[in-house]
Ligand binder design. Structure first.
Ligand code: ATP
Length: 241
């Protein structure tokens, strides 16, 4: 079975995230897409973050109608899973104060899967550009296929040059791909990337938080249930991280 793993801060989850997951699920026959809000995202530790429980609740609301979209507690703080349990499938991250590294999450997920299951790691091209800085990036790329949602303006060369040094083809090899749009599959030793085109949602969580802080309408970016949740809980008002 093909399983998508989609990690993020989801602060809040928006139409861009859902569009990426829908496109990936249909293109690569993903039977499940696990939406994994990070308790402590390694790359955003300096930023104020909404409590995990709210971000998880919003993910649950936004994924309700899609068969196969599953909110996941894989990167939940221990305190969030003590009381409710983990429904048998996966164990949460061990300690709550350490950042959630994707390599640990993928390996933990694999323990609960069959050998024949295949994991596809879903990611936007902006985030993928930073992949070389991720913990054990090389091991992570070897553990699963990646589906990278590309955008106009990014070339195949940009994608190849984002890889960790040891996996990156020499510059002379990638130079001819400077003008070639980031699409198709890129298969190199230790890396399989599927470049997904056509995910064109302008939504961004940063813009949504700023709009919410000014009490502007959020409906165009969000599932209505998430917009309602934000309003009822008073999230993103000025002074409430
Ligand atoms: P922020 O604005 O707070 O940085 P974000 O909107 O980028 O947040 P994240 O939760 O950090 O959301 O993103 C999770 C994943 O979703 C990342 O891989 C990111 O590249 C991807 N992503 C974010 N916005 C979009 C979008 N509009 N379309 C496609 N993918 C997206």
């Amino acid at each position: 079975m093909n399983i998508g793993l989609f990690g993020g801060t989801f602060d809040p989850i928006h139409r861009g995230h859902l569009a990426l997951a829908q496109a990936a699920a249909s293109r690569y026959s993903l039977r499940q897409v696990l939406f994994v809000p990070a308790n402590i995202p390694p790359h955003k530790q300096a930023d104020p973050l909404t409590a995990f429980v709210h971000r998880y609740a919003m993910v649950s609301l936004a994924t309700q109608d899609e068969r196969g979209f599953v909110p996941s507690l894989l990167e939940a703080p221990e305190s969030a899973t003590n009381r409710v349990g983990t429904e048998g499938l996966v164990r949460p991250a061990k300690r709550s104060s350490t950042p959630n590294y994707s390599i640990d999450t993928v390996r933990r997920l694999k323990q609960s899967l069959k050998k024949s299951d295949r994991i596809f790691f879903l990611i936007g091209i902006d985030a993928f550009r930073e992949i070389a800085q991720w913990r054990d990036a090389r091991a992570l790329l070897a553990e699963c296929d990646f589906i990278v949602a590309s955008r106009p303006g990014f070339s195949l060369r940009d994608v190849a040059e984002s890889l960790p040094q040891e996996l990156r083809p020499p510059s002379a090899v990638t130079r001819p791909f400077q003008k070639q749009p980031a699409k198709g599959d890129l298969v190199l030793p230790g890396v399989t990337l599927h470049l997904l085109e056509g995910v064109q949602q302008k939504a961004s969580a940063t813009i949504i938080r700023a709009a919410a802080a000014q009490s502007k309408p959020l409906a165009k970016w969000l599932d209505p249930r998430v917009a309602d949740y934000i309003k009822k809980q008073g999230l993103y008002r000025r002074g409430t991280p």
